[in-house]
Design a protein around this ligand. Sequence first.
Ligand code: ATP
Length: 264
Amino acid sequence: MRGPGGARSPLLTVDNVTLRYKTPSLLVTATEDVSFNVARSDRFVLLGPSGCGKSTLLKGVGGYMKPAAGSICINGRPVTKPGPDRMMVFQEFDQLMPWKTVLQNVMFPLVVARKLSQKQASDIARAYIDKVKLTRAIDSYPHTLSGGMKQRVAIARGMAMQPDILLMDEPFAALDALTRRQMQDELLQLWDDTKFTVIFVTHSIAEAIKISNRILLLSPHPGRVKAEVVNVDRASMGDGSAADLEREIHNLLFSEQVRSGATS
Ligand SMILES: Nc1ncnc2c1ncn2[C@@H]1O[C@H](COP(=O)(O)OP(=O)(O)OP(=O)(O)O)[C@@H](O)[C@H]1O
């Protein structure tokens, strides 16, 4: 989609958004005056220290939380509630239904939310289970799968819905280092294949550089935008340049500066 000036109009806009939690005794401001936009096929990473509100921002985009100030729009329409256009993948391994097989887990939202027939849902689910290399485990139950395999099922389930944006909340954080690297590689292969749009939350700078084409750096609690790193391309970067970028991002994250609320 292109705007009047020929510029590509964003798929998602987050404008001056503040998100707060109200508890009986406290009002917690998780993120303050945050602005960014995501274009189709972006691999957009939210990066920042623990507690800066990355998961909260994802919940806002997912429609699970209403901004206390500012607006979140997808395809030009305000986000008011969760929807199948924004599928979430979480860190936890228990996000699958334990009483359903891999195939049934991936089919479930296709039948319930997309209202597809069993046959249509099964065909689509099988194709995505194949893409995440789980065909041999298609009739297995989650408790028989490794952590990495469970995350692959969750990714297949999210992607099978063909959402406008896949929202991934530290999906590989609970995996061992080797599996984590392998999952990052597989995610990039999937992206090469389908060019899906993803917002990916992490607090690993190296993971952000590997996964993304754009990285939004957030300050410690309450999260505000520190800077945005654009045109990240780890594949064409040597190890030296990646290490330099990692150092630069580290310095930016720990600097005092914050960016003004306006979308760049
Ligand atoms: N349900 C809740 N009720 C009250 N406060 C909350 C709730 N969830 C999160 N918070 C607070 O909001 C702030 C942001 O939390 P959030 O989980 O979004 O951060 P994060 O950057 O994703 O952290 P992490 O990297 O540790 O997962 C924190 O101060 C947290 O304590």
